[in-house]
Write a protein that binds this ligand. Structure first.
Ligand code: FAD
Ligand code: NAG
Ligand code: NAG
Ligand code: NAG
Ligand code: NAG
Ligand code: NAG
Length: 648
């Protein structure tokens, strides 16, 4: 069948079929089922679940218990400031948990704790403590009070051995009178002291003094003392001066321990290894042999988190739905990204000034232009931008937060969704915000590319770069991104389409690096996007590249196809509303966007019935055309047949 009329009719039918299918696919699950699903997720999911739970020895800090746990205590606190969504924080979490487990015996002198700065309620704390990178570790000593430029001592390491060493050093330097009977005497033994005088100042419970030589820069004796806090029978003292060793019959070349009793008897203990744990174990073993026992352990109060199990049912339903349609863009994710940015990332910065302020102004300008929120949300962003551009020196994060709250209270409901959908992870700490942030920037880059009015090809990329550099709370992501941006010459991007593709390629580079990483969600593996199954024509040789996905860069992309695929999935009309709870907040937006951007499309209404109607209409057309051209014959002689084709 090669007759043009029939071909035309067939292609109309084909287009209509595709559109109808797209509509069916994007219509999602029935509302009733979804409402039930969402109702089960009673709490907004932006209430971060944190990386630690009651099973861990990490004390979980929140705005509600921070002051009473950290300030003016008779012991110190090691505090980790982290963001749940920061991949590096997640990779560090097992290390920190293990550290907390190891250092649990130190808890009367220093506790291991953590606060989630991704939880909006904690904004104030993370802002006050001027946390600039995540994770940040700080030591707050006994009696600690925050003051100007005094927010604790920073531990510049993420290696457990180094952290322990630094922490022990900070603790031992806190040698002012601490109202804590368990606080060890960290002062090094001096030349003037004798075995007998060692007991003079100590409590009468102390039956033994364990003397340990501590070489320069080592904290082995300090750590041993901390491991033995539960042993009232012994006091650990350190000495740095190797010449003192002879006095206690110690051979410093072997680094062993002298256990001195009140009668000046010295017992030499030989630990199994040169670690503080081995030292402590050697002393404990000796004490047990002498029938001493440790104090009974005290459990610190742990704040109980709300159970997450109730949410799991709904979560699984969402994941199932999203996995069926992996490349769809969801309204809920776009909103969650904006919400997290406005409510958490920006307000967390203590002083927004200089480059940061400029970055915020740029970001809000671009967001205002390509805002996927509904009427109230557009009003909010526009007002917020007007507010922020008034500042040219500095804007305190707190002031921004107050203005945001004021505007939101005034404008009424802003967000139609309160949890992630396409960015839902199969477990609480996976995906989420960082996933939605990519989605938002891809979305905006495509909106810019389809916006006739926009001239600057760098508009969105520049806003994104500034945002990621100055506000994104995933510090290592931010650093990687900046390095990648200069390596991939972000500022040389010459057109809006190129900008879309630049971001797509950059994202794929990150996907490649993170494939198989510990932070990867097994339900959503990192792939070179789009996959063959999402877009066959996006790869020149789909068969070859399907096997070459592991080496990402080797894929022979068809960039024109990729570009139109990206434009297609980010088209506001195809943004999926699955998971939206307050659809009434949205309607006007899409219409406005459509009119403004004049996205020419006869199928402007996503209503499925319309699609079905067109489908039926086209079938009728085909039958008519078929009859007209195929059976009546002689169409070749009729010029209007060609005219008709010529106009298509
Ligand atoms: C700027 C930036 C830099 C980051 N750098 C790091 C880092 O250095 N280290 C680290 O551990 N984590 C980093 N992350 C986080 C990481 O990239 C992921 O966001 C996170 O691991 C969650 O992954 P995900 O599986 O949800 O998918 P994401 O990679 O977040 O992708 C989100 C969605 O975008 C779509 N998508 C995927 N690839 C593309 C593409 N090429 N083009 C268009 N759409 C695509 C997919 O549908 C996916 O669901 C960064 C995040 C951002 C925003
Ligand atoms: C915590 O302490 C800080 C500094 O002392 C104080 O400004 C803040 O109001 C306190 N917060 C609460 C909740 O008590
Ligand atoms: C030391 O702490 C105890 C109880 O923790 C308290 O009763 C006492 O007043 C404190 N002493 C000083 C000097 O702070
Ligand atoms: C306290 O620590 C400082 C610095 O580590 C040290 O110089 C000082 O001697 C110590 N004081 C006491 C009483 O241990
Ligand atoms: C101890 O640390 C200081 C400062 O880091 C360094 O200069 C010194 O060489 C170190 N000493 C030893 C014995 O490692
Ligand atoms: C696709 O790649 C395969 C394997 O590399 C090769 O055998 C085949 O000829 C390629 N096809 C095309 C159309 O390039």
């Amino acid at each position: 069948m090669t007759r043009p009329g029939a071909q035309l009719a067939l292609s109309i039918v084909a287009v209509a079929t595709v559109l109808a299918v797209v509509q069916v696919a994007t219509a999602g699950v029935p509302r009733s089922k979804f409402d039930a699903m969402v109702n089960r997720m009673s709490q907004p999911v932006d209430e971060s679940l944190g990386l630690y739970d009651d099973q861990d020895k990490v004390v979980q800090l929140t705005v509600g218990n921070f002051n009473e746990t950290v300030l003016e205590q008779n012991r110190g606190s090691l505090v980790e400031f982290y963001n749940t969504y920061c991949g590096h924080c997640r990779r560090f979490a097992p290390t920190y948990k293990e550290l907390a487990q190891q250092l649990h015996a130190w808890q009367d002198v220093v506790i291991v704790s953590a606060i989630d700065c991704a939880a909006e309620e904690n904004n104030g704390i993370c802002r006050t403590y001027e946390v600039m990178g995540y994770p940040t570790l700080r030591y707050m000593g006994p009696g600690f009070q925050p003051s100007e430029k005094q927010y604790g001592l920073k531990l510049e390491s993420q290696k457990p051995e180094e952290i322990r060493n630094l922490l022990a050093g900070f603790v031992a330097a806190d040698n002012q009178t601490v109202n804590n009977t368990l606080w060890p005497n960290f002062a090094p033994v001096s030349e003037t002291e004798s075995a007998g005088s060692l007991f003079e100042a100590s409590q009468n419970q102390r039956e033994y003094v364990a003397l340990i030589h501590e070489p320069e820069n080592s904290t082995i004796a300090i750590q041993t003392a901390l491991f033995l806090l539960q042993w009232p029978a012994v006091q650990v003292r350190r000495f740095n001066d190797a010449s003192l060793a002879v006095k206690y019959k110690l051979d410093t070349s072997k680094e062993n321990i002298a256990l001195v009793d009140r009668k000046d008897n010295v017992k030499i203990l030989v630990p199994e290894a040169q670690t503080s744990e081995a030292y402590a174990k050697a002393i404990e073993t000796a004490l047990r042999a002498l029938h001493f026992t440790p104090r009974p352990e005290q459990q610190l109060d742990q704040q109980h988190l709300t159970s997450t199990t109730a949410k799991n049912g709904a979560l699984n339903d969402i994941i199932k739905e999203v996995r069926r349609n992996k490349h769809l863009i969801y309204q809920a994710d776009l909103e969650m990204a904006i919400r997290t940015i406005l409510h958490n990332e920006v307000p967390k910065v203590n002083e927004i000034s200089g480059e940061r302020l400029l970055a915020l102004q740029r970001f809000l300008t671009v967001l205002q232009r390509y805002n996927p929120l509904g009427t109230n949300g557009r009003e909010l962003v526009s007002k917020l931008k007007d507010y922020v551009v008034q500042f040219n020196q500095q804007l305190p994060g707190k002031t921004f937060e107050q203005e945001l709250q004021r505007l939101e209270a005034k404008l009424g409901p802003i967000y139609s969704a309160n949890h992630f959908v396409g960015c839902t992870g199969s477990s609480p700490h996976l995906r989420g915000f960082s996933c939605s942030l990519w989605t938002l920037f891809h979305f905006m880059s495509v909106q810019a590319a389809t916006n006739e009015g926009a001239q600057d090809p760098l508009e969105v990329l520049q806003a994104m770069h500034g945002y990621i550099k100055n506000f994104f709370g995933c510090t290592d992501c931010s650093e990687h991104f900046q390095a990648m941006a200069s390596r991939r010459k972000i500022w040389n991007v010459g057109s809006k389409d190129e900008a879309v593709l630049w971001l797509w390629q950059a994202h794929n580079e990150v996907n490649l690096r993170l494939a198989g990483d510990a932070t990867e969600d097994s339900q959503f593996p990192k792939v070179q996007f789009p996959t063959v199954s999402s877009c066959t024509q996006c790869r020149h040789n789909a068969t070859a590249s399907a096997t070459a996905t592991k080496t990402g860069a080797d894929i022979d992309w068809n960039k024109d196809a990729v570009l139109s695929f990206l434009k297609n999935i980010h088209n506001p009309q195809f943004v999926n509303r699955f998971g939206v709870q307050r659809e009434e907040l949205l309607h006007e937006t899409l219409d406005t966007m459509r009119q403004k951007r004049q996205i020419a499309n006869v199928f402007s209404d996503m209503d499925m019935r319309m699609g079905m109607f067109l489908y039926a209409f086209c079938i009728v057309m085909m039958v008519v055309a078929f009859k007209l051209f195929a059976f009546k014959g002689g169409y070749r002689k009729k010029p209007y047949g060609h005219d008709l084709l010529g106009k298509v």
